[in-house]
Design a binder for this molecule. Sequence first.
Ligand code: CMP
Length: 141
Amino acid sequence: MAGNPDIAAALGSVPFFSGLNAKQLKMVAESGKELSYKTGDVIVQEGTMGVGFYMVINGKVEVRKGSKVLATLAKGQFFGEMSLIDEQPRSADVVAIIPTECFSLSTWVFSALVRQHPELALPMLKELAKRLRAAQSSPTS
Ligand code: CMP
C-alpha cells in the first residue's frame, strides 16, 4: 500500500505523534484507516468492547455519558484509548457533531506501536491526567 502522505503529514502535526520521524509516520499512516462520519454518527458506543483508537483529522466530536457532555474533541485530539489500555468496555459515547474524519488504528497495531515507541505513552498519560482532573472538577449530577 502506498500510504496517504496527507495522513502522515496530519499525524506528524499533532503532539501525540510528533516524536515520530517521517518514515515512522508513513508506517503508522499505512497501518490505520481513514473513516468518515456524518453529523450524529455514533463512532464509539458506551458499554461496547473497544477495538480501535481514533484521532480526529477534521471535524468535531462530543464525548457523552447519558445526557452529559464530557468533552468536545477536534483536530489532533484522540479518543478510544481507555478501552484499549484497560480492556474494559467503552466508557462513553463519542458522536460526530459535524461531518468528521478520523484516523483509526486497530487494537493490535496501537499496542505494537506503543510497545515499539514507548515515548508515545507520555502524551497519552498527560491527556488522561487532564481528563481525570476535568472529570474531578466537574459538578456531579
Ligand atoms: P474509551 O473508554 O475507549 O471510549 C470512550 C472514549 O471517550 C474514552 O475511551 C476516551 O477516549 C473518551 N473519554 C472518556 N471520558 C472522557 C473525558 N472525561 N474527557 C475526554 N474524553 C473522554
